[in-house]
Ligand binder design. Structure first.
Ligand code: BTN
Length: 231
């Protein structure tokens, strides 16, 4: 459970700042108001101007660490609900979309005995560059600015509730089914071995995605990146 928040004005990446704190052996959150070298999944850059919320949670889960990104997703969705944003959905494996646009990305990394769960939430970002064409923010959705500190506290609070609830046995994946978006939509899935296109058929109990290929065969992927082909 997180009961310490360490704040920075600007860091290279909160993931790196969090790594330096793993030795404290304490569950805590690192927050920054901007990042010079924000990291995304698959080695990508994460657009991190001031106005966004950049959080890294240092966690020592007792079980099922693979479900942490999903817990973070659910905490983000509950926070967005609290602030009256439009209905959010999950784009597999753990992007949060509002109005079919990405509002939050999650990056979970193992470091020594800890798991560092990074959450980038677009709170008060007014515009996105050409490199983030399908992004949105709470500001763009609600046409108002939000107090970053309160959003951060609310997010960590919601994460704590879910984390405590699932501390014993890990998250029951079915909890997240309700929020899965994109079923029936065309996507491209990129794995370390290949790229395939198909239609999203569903998600199974291990949080693997099921994609129907052009021959009607349903294929199962545990890892990869999904790109929507229709926005
Ligand atoms: C993705 O969608 O590719 C994941 C983006 C994760 C971004 C967050 S922002 C806070 C933390 N610090 C980083 O450098 N990255 C994560």
């Amino acid at each position: 459970m997180i009961n310490e928040i360490i704040k920075f004005k600007e860091v290279r990446s909160t993931q790196d700042a969090a790594r330096r704190l793993v030795g404290k052996k304490k569950e805590l959150a690192v927050i920054a108001l901007s990042q010079k070298m924000g990291r995304g999944r698959h080695g990508r850059h994460w657009y991190s101007p001031s106005g966004g919320l950049y959080v890294s949670l240092v966690l020592f889960p007792k079980s099922r660490p693979e479900t942490l990104p999903l817990l973070a997703c659910l905490a983000v969705i509950k926070t967005l609900e609290q602030y009256g944003c439009s209905q959010a959905s999950i784009l597999w494996p753990n992007d949060v979309l509002v109005d079919q646009r990405k509002i939050c990305g999650i990056l979970s990394e193992q470091y020594k005995s800890a798991y560092i769960c990074g959450i980038g939430l677009n709170v008060n970002i007014e515009e996105f560059s050409g490199t983030e064409p399908n992004a949105t923010s709470m500001l763009l959705d609600r046409k108002q600015k939000f107090d970053l500190e309160s959003v951060a506290v609310s997010l960590i609070d919601k994460f704590n509730t879910l984390y405590l609830e699932y501390a014993g046995q890990g998250l029951e994946i079915r909890q997240a089914y309700h929020y899965i978006g994109g079923i029936g939509e065309p996507v491209e899935i990129i794995t370390s071995r290949n790229r395939e296109t198909g239609i999203v058929h569903g998600i199974d109990d291990d949080w693997a995605i099921l994609i129907r290929d052009e021959h009607g065969v349903i294929r199962r992927y545990r890892y990869g990146e999904v790109k929507k082909l229709r926005w």
